[in-house]
Design a protein around this ligand. Structure first.
Ligand code: GAL
Length: 448
């Protein structure tokens, strides 16, 4: 039975761990082709294929810093004449370069590929940055005669002059293709209709949710209705995604409604694919401490009452049918505010980590056992615990007295002295003593 284990590294048929992040899926010739970020060495976009979305075969590094480049005029400035020949200005040379700064290569994110019937070519759109910062905010295009061949890089640009970061592609039933990307420093989500050859933007058709800062767009259509998934902008840290709907791609889009839990089960949208009658959500589970450890999560989308997903640790994709196994909740991580570092993260059901108690020199051990969080004092061995009836706690020095209380979202540790809460047990647990002194807003994230 082809069973996909969510959040676990995937070993491809050649025995290597799959690197295909921020991926997009193209169904072609009886296979699912997955194109995604591969940041190893000079690689940029790798392609894998599968018949069942579980067993993946490595096919090619479709784009690397050594890819062939070809000049392609895209009108993003005030020059009147297209220039596909003649000497290039330094700007033009930079736009078709994958190594814009010294030896540092371009950063390529969220590559997506469509097949263009009109030209018989495969066209890749992606997010381009210079490899140093996120200020270029450009999209880039590459093209190939075969689905998983060596793509020719056609350069990067700002679509109709806009910034363009997280992005996706969508091909409608009539073959019209759209590029969707975050603009204006991610404040707005843009929809652009592509030219017939899919190589450039023909028209900006919609500005969605201006000022609402959305990214990680994914678009699909079911029963004549368009659905878009997006996330908020919190970098590599997960947040609650949203979904919206529209009857026409350039028509009225609904407001954004919550999708998944507070962390979208620790994922960020990257793709969807239809399996039988069901749309399968594919999210990146980023590892901010080591990007290359990032994994993928599949969850079937329920469209019966809006658009929703439930957690499943295993997804069985068998003969076009999806069944899921909820399983355990996974590990718990402690995230520092404003940081991409995690404390913790080892082990699966149980782990123990030290939590420094600011500069007082005290240390807590944070343990998770079968879904319960336990804070144990290193020296006294006493616990702040969500288990059992332990409801008072005094630290070794008699300095703090805590009380465990039931609260709407779970349990709260109340500091008897200040009346402020230390932490709450919910799916997302804020760990602070309220004075922001001791634990200063550490956040527990259940790593679904
Ligand atoms: C995320 C985005 C990713 C990547 C990351 C970099 O918000 O969705 O694709 O750009 O930020 O911090």
């Amino acid at each position: 039975m082809p069973i996909y284990k969510n959040g676990k590294p995937v070993t491809a048929s050649d025995g290597s761990v799959m690197h295909c992040h921020g991926a997009g899926i193209l169904e072609y010739g009886g296979y699912y082709y997955l194109f995604g970020e591969d940041r190893r060495d000079r690689r940029r976009v790798s392609c894998y294929r599968s018949k069942d979305l579980v067993n993946w075969e490595f096919r090619n590094i479709c784009l690397s810093l050594d890819s062939e480049t070809k000049r392609h005029y895209v009108r993003t400035d005030l020059r009147l004449a297209p220039k596909n020949s003649g000497p290039m200005t330094p700007e033009e040379a930079a736009a078709i370069s994958l190594q814009p700064i010294g030896h540092r290569g371009a950063n390529i994110e969220r590559p997506k590929v469509l097949y263009c019937e009109a030209t018989g070519k495969f066209v890749m759109w992606m997010h381009f940055e210079n490899g140093r910062d996120y200020n270029a905010a450009r999209c880039a295009v590459a093209v190939c005669d075969t689905v998983d061949g060596d793509y020719v890089y056609m350069g990067s640009f700002n679509p109709v002059g806009n910034m363009s970061r997280d992005c996706t592609l969508y091909k409608d039933d009539d073959g019209t293709a759209y590029f969707i990307s975050s603009a204006r420093d991610n404040a707005d989500m843009m929809i652009y209709r592509l030219s017939e050859d899919y190589l450039t933007v023909a028209e900006h058709v919609k500005t969605l949710w201006p000022g609402q800062f959305r990214e990680a767009p994914v678009l699909f259509k079911e029963n004549g209705k368009y659905y878009m998934l997006t996330s908020r902008c919190t970098g590599w840290s997960p947040n609650q995604s949203g979904w919206a709907e529209a009857d026409a791609i350039d028509g009225h889009w609904s407001s954004i409604r919550p999708f998944g839990n507070e962390t979208t089960f620790n994922t960020q949208p990257t793709a969807v694919v239809k399996v039988g009658d069901v749309w399968l959500y594919i999210g990146d589970r980023w590892d901010p401490s080591d990007y290359l450890n990032s994994t993928m999560v599949y969850l079937p989308i329920n469209l019966e009452n809006g658009c929703s997903i439930d957690w499943a640790s295993e997804v069985n994709i068998d003969g076009g049918k999806i069944t899921t196994f909820a399983g355990d909740i996974g590990e718990l991580r402690i995230m520092l505010p404003g940081c991409t570092d995690y404390l913790g993260g080892d082990g699966y059901n149980v782990f123990t980590k030290k939590l420094a108690y600011a500069n007082t020199g005290l240390l807590w051990l944070v343990e998770e056992k079968s879904g319960c969080v336990v804070l144990r004092h290193k020296d006294s061995g006493r616990c702040l615990s969500s288990e059992g009836v332990l409801d008072e706690y005094k630290d070794g020095d008699d300095r703090l007295l805590w009380e465990l209380r039931d609260a709407d979202e779970g349990k709260l540790f109340i500091n008897r002295r200040t009346g402020k809460s230390l932490l709450a047990f919910g799916r997302r647990v804020i760990l602070t003593d309220g004075d922001d002194r001791h634990f200063g807003g550490y956040t527990f994230v259940k790593n679904y």
